[in-house]
Design a protein around this ligand. Sequence first.
Ligand code: SF4
Length: 374
Amino acid sequence: MSSVARSHDKDPAPGAISAALLDWYDRHARVLPWRAPPGTGRADPYRVWLSEIMLQQTTVATVGPYFADFLARWPDVTALAAAPLDDVLTAWAGLGYYARARNLHRCAQVVAGELGGRFPETEAELRQLPGIGAYTAAAIAAIAFGRRAVVVDGNVERVVARLFAVESPLPGAKAELKRLADGITPDRRAGDFAQAMMDLGATVCLARQPKCLLCPLEASCQGKAAGVAASLPRKLPKAAKPTRYAVAFWLAGPDGDLLLRRRPEKGLLGGMMEVPPTPWRGEPWVAAEASTAAPLKADWQVLPGLVRHTFTHFHFEVTVWAGTAGRSGLSGESGRWVALDRLSDEALPTVMRKIIDHGLTQTAAAGAKQTSGD
Ligand code: SF4
């Protein structure tokens, strides 16, 4: 059996699909700050690149304020390249996948330095740059430079799987979906076509309930005709995520400042700041073991409750211990003291913000309890 359930001998003419979609896009394109209006030509490569990196794994609604903030601080690639990495990581905090921010900064430095401030125009050249993979290179080449490129993200995969009633499951169907997307990508207005596919997936061909009555491709859609559209694309069941555990040490200095430490440059949350934890591992920590990983000796108290966070490949459960210390025992490797009202200046990933919220809430509650008991 073919990987595609239906024969594509009777597929509608690719030109008809792209024409219908572009016509729809001309009337319904979302207005987004990194876009050029439909049919007006090319968008600014810096804006397209910045938005595409931010949009990986993140929604348009979340990205909006970050994009505006980045543009206000660093209006072009040269300005971003000149920024300290720490400022970029701090501005990125909350968007997740922090390796992207580090690569964003490195990429800006290559473009501003070696490439004289100009992004290359072809997919092949773009892929040489830090943090730019196949999808992002195709998106920039098409949207910023009008090159014909096949731009396939999760939204586009969904639209194509439905349009051609592809029944074979992802991720195995990826190559087939890309081939089918290639077949309907026009030579002209490739950037608008790519954005039209993205918009259709985001606003009409929705994951759970496609709005087929509003869709410009309804007449061509084999998934709709077969009554299977909403069940596509099929996906192989995901393996259950494991859970990792850690203890985070909430250490207050004599002035109430909090001890923070920088994570190693390589690896998850690389270079970001953290409330120093034990190693993260697959089984819960017992007190005697965890205390050997504390940054300093202190009279540690276990705070009530847990902090939970989910990463792409695992769940994370953190117990927070609170203690106080003098400044004297602190070595450079242990970290540095940060005043509580300056925490927002730090490059803290979301999981660490959760730990800090938990620590603030629970230590305040413990303080109140002690006061009322006096
Ligand atoms: Fe998606 Fe329905 Fe349009 Fe087909 S007709 S592409 S399923 S919205």
